[in-house]
Structure formats: C-alpha cells, structure tokens
Unconditional design. Sequence first.
Length: 262
Amino acid sequence: MRFADLGDIRLHYRIDGDPDGAPVVFANSLGTDLRLWDPILPYLPPGLKLIRYDKRGHGLSDAPAAPYTMGALVRDVERLLDMLEVRDALFVGLSIGGMIGQGLAVKRLDQVRALVLSNTGAKIGTKEMWDQRIAAVQSGGIESLADAVMERWFSRAFRATPELGLWRNMLVRQPAQGYAGCSAAISGTDFYTPTSGLRLPCLGIAGDEDGATPPDLVRETVDLIPGSKFHLIRKAGHLPCVEQPENYAARLVQFLRDTGHI
C-alpha cells in the first residue's frame, strides 16, 4: 500500500504490472475503492503500468469534511500523476471516475492521451436527486441507500448471487462524508461544453441493465467527442467490469491496441 501526500490530502494508490510500461490509470465509481478493478486485471496483457487510486473520501484515502468539488477531485489525480511523473496515460474512468477523466483530459492533455468513459455522463442526475441522497446519507448513513444502490448497480441475475454481499459491504463501509462529498461534486458538474471540445481517442462502455447511467447517457456523452467509439455490454449493470470482466477487459485491450498504447 502506498500513500501520496499531496499536502491537503493523502491518497492511497497502487501500481501493478510493468513499472516501465505504458501507463493506464483507473478511477472508480462512487461508493467503491480501487478493488473495483480487481476482476479485470487477470485479463490484461503484460507490459502495462496499471495505476489505481482511492479518490478522496473513499477506501484508504483521507476523507475530509463534505462537500467536495469536481475541481478538487480532478486536481487530486492531476497531482498524483505529476508526483508519479506520468504522461500520455490511457485513463479509464467509471461513473464519477469518468467525470474525473473528462475534467483531467480538458485540463491536462499531456497526462491523458486516450480516454475510456465507462458508465458515466457529462452530467449525471439532477441537483434535487443528489440533494436527497446527501440528506439520506447524513441522516441514516449509507446503509439507508444500500439496497436501492444495489438495484442500480447490478443486473437482476447478479443480484441473486452471493457475491452481491461483497459489493454491498464495500459500499456501506465507505466514509459517509466521502460519499456525501463526492455526491455533491457530481451534483455540481456539467461537462457537456468542455467535453465537446476534446479531441482524443475515446471509448464509451455501457451496461444494458445500468440503472444509474443508462446506455443512452453514455452514448450521448462520448458522441460529444468526434471519432469516439461505443460498446454495450449485455447482462451487466453499472459495474460491467465486475459482472462481465472478461468481456470488459477484451474491449479495453482492443482499444489499447487501436490507439497504439500497446
């Protein structure tokens, strides 16, 4: 386990694979930590430098008092990559991680050469919706939302498996202030205009049973970027890297090859 001390925040991060390989940066969803990507790692080829981190308020990273801004979340990973001297990375962001990826690409094209926007949007939900969720977390903890979140996250078939309990536990054990803080960051973000100005290789990935960021939202977002590609994963919800890891990894590897990253 490694900590990056960035002054006002300490981020937990992990590097796997080839330390001298082409960098791939993963940013996970609201309510999960860097273990979200564990299922796909066995399907990725050698020769890649795989960088994962817990965003503020999640996992083993610091959890300052809420609310957070999207600018702070983007700045966190920007400083982490500067500390690690990472340039020309392929950035894979899921849900809020995809929003962070959009913001980083707009700000630092030297750090991001290609973008995977998975189960995300340029804008997700409404202020009223996020206000309600933040209030629920503040009054009843994440547990009060957990069952509804599982319905949005996973397909009906996956919800019938024992593995669901692992992901429910991951969710409810995140710091409440971190969940609320990142919810506020999503609520305040609308990237339609800045994302439409991006010019870089982009792949959108969606799950056909995603109750949080439906396929049409993902497609609409990646269509803002000329030349982008879109891939729909069947029998998967908001976290297709968990439900269909081999399929997810195969499409990611194809994109790595298409963009010359490997």
